[in-house]
Design a protein. Sequence first.
Lengths: 335, 520
Amino acid sequence: MLSYVLFRIALIVPLLIGLSLLVFVIGRVLPGDPAALAAGPYATAEQRAAVAAEFGLDRPIAVQYWDYVTGLFEGDLGRSIMTRRPVAGDLALYLPATLELVAASLLLAVAVSIPLGLVAGLTANRAPDMTISAGTLSAMSMPQFFLGLVLQLVFAMWLSLLPLSGRLPFTVAPPPAVTGFYTIDSVLAGQWHTLWLSLVHLALPAITMALAPIAMITRIMRASTMEALQQDYVRNARALGLSIRLILFKYVLKNAASATLTMIGLYVGWMLGSTVLVEKVFDWPGIGLYATNAILNQDFNPVIAVTLVIGVIFIATNLIVDLLYGVLNPKVGDR
Amino acid sequence: MPNLTRRDLMAGTAAGAAAMTIGGRVALAQQPNTLIIGNQGAQTHFDPHGGQDYPTSVIIRNVYDGLVDVVGMPPRIEPRLATDWTVSGDGLVYTFNLNRDAKFHDGAPVTAEAVRYSFERIMAVGRGNNWMIDGVVGPDSIRVVDDHTVEFTLIQPFAPFLQVLPWISIVNPAVIEANEGGDLGQTYLLNDTAGSGPFTVARFEPENVIDFRRDPTYWREGGGNADTVIWRYVRENTNQRLMLQRGEIHMAVDLTSDDMSALEGAPGVVRVIEPGDRTFSIKMNTEHGPLSDVNLRKAVSHAFDYEAMQSVSGFADLMHGPLPSGFFGHDPSIDVPRQDLDRAREYLAQTAYPEGGLTLDIVHVVGLEQQRLWSLVLLDSLQELNIDVNIRPSTWPDMVRMCESPETFPDFFSVYLGVSYADPDVIAFAGYHSSRNGGWQNGVYNNPEVDALIEAARFEPDEARRAELYSQIQQTIVDDAPDLFGVVERAKVGLRDNVENYEFSPIIVQAVSFFPLSVS
């Protein structure tokens, strides 16, 4: 088991090298002149060259890449050519915002979709299932940015129940940074009002992002539950007189969960990518927006850093999912 | 079993609904003497010499002081750090007397030495607004006469000199020196300030929010009651509008024409729509390809449907020639091309394509709907001449790259030019002087006669003769037809009606001066 985990972790290294090489080369072969952009419209040729030299863009790509990789091992992600700020510092600021949003959406998605899917599976082709299936279908066909705008319109503009955007009201200072998650940090600092405010601000973006996964996971869960209910062991257990609740929670749920778990693992990656739109609509200061701005300015270092970070998180999540299979299903556990 | 689940479900739903209602109107809570401004300017530093975007201008106007200030409409120069000044007859020597009350945020007086230090710093950094004094102020230009008198001897006369001074901030030499860090304190100023201006910074989250606080010991008299100004980055202009409507923000500085129309009659909202500071033109490739023939450029200029352009531009005015109207030097008597298909065909007959039958490319910034609409107007207009237009959306970095040479420059190039200081020189020099060739403001156009006139107008101290030079410049450029002179977009600011003492100024409209503002 341990060697399997170590093997999987070791696998991250070549993946990251490949990923960084790819982004690095694509960034460099694209047309465009980031140094000229960063130096500004009035810069002379010498000033543009000075910016290029300062950021090493005048050297061969191989040398630039080598410097970048050796810098990585010292925790140096380089500086943004546009803002001149260190990328590592920027990520420390924006990544927690995105992760908090993704975590909240994921929690919401799981908490809602698993019971829903279970109910739908148990009541297959009867009224509750029909209702849930119709709901999930329409939820799946709703584009995210549109959903975000509709939620804003209804809950923020018309009903004034929830805030329009942002992580906290402008006039409220964030809690002292420990994890960068405002919810956790405000608990650690005992600032209950700030906790409340950050939860209220999380609500709309988290719902927006969770809706599509809720629909999808519900459907998978429904199918898995229906399939599990057909199994001989369920009929057997019922014949033996086991209580239906025991069968459901001890056996059916566990067996139905495997496929769902894969889905959840994949959705982490999907959510990290789709935060871009949600972050824009809700003014959520996360890495999605950071990366978008960087891409538009051909600001390589932030783009590479964000790609690598998303890559690491995605790989790590899927590792955790694979390990959880072992817990759910002993057949895949020992290797 | 289904019963159990159903009950659970309903309980869950009820709890969710309850949680949502308790949310309340939480975001609407406001604090006294606090002004919130929504903007799309991603703030990333506090170095007044390190940028030329509008967020930098916000810092320049509010955290730092310049020698003079520019305020109002039409823009006028007022004293700031300098109480008064004299200019020598040849326009070369400027002597400024500094206000003796002026103090940096650490209490140190603002001296002539600090002025000298700041100008030398911006020249050494070589970025930001340094271009405004490039070739005008050199390392030997500045002499400290005494603690409160500083003298500039310009390399050559430069008529707009006073107009650029509001944008060259004076920094605290002691603070920079103590945090020099081998890069003139540029790293230090990513998160800290070294100014003498009316506001200091209490909290900063890059590309998110700045909490400005009025300095209670500020050396200038007066000012409004807005003691806290929250400068809040709102990425979507629609969000800015909605927040303004809800009263979550007091000002929105990046509204579009659509937003302005939507805000008409909105309770509690005041719309400010004034002559703007940004021109839009379609530049033509005067050096390479079919449009290097002036007759084809004139044919296009007379075929273009200017009225259609204005009708899709929202709050905007058609340009009359290359310089924005409303500024000194603009000559309204010049005959500029308007749609006249007969004249267009006359010009076309003198080209290598008397029957049309060619395709020209126009490039615009991908995603900018306004630029796409203008490209469509061009496409539609040129069909009359049997000229096809290929519309190519492109990213801005690619467009900058296209400006490198006449061979890479497209037939038509869409470009906005901002008026960064209140003088026609800023548009004339950036947009039409050949020293800008290779950059996006003026990729290819060059005419030695225009160059000479622009230089003469820069150096001419006499206003009347200057105006005459600008007339000649405009006439010559119109004769060369290097651009389709487009529109000047109106500046659009939304205010809540409880904001007081806002004075509109067309120079970098988004960089609001907080000093006089009050909230009631």
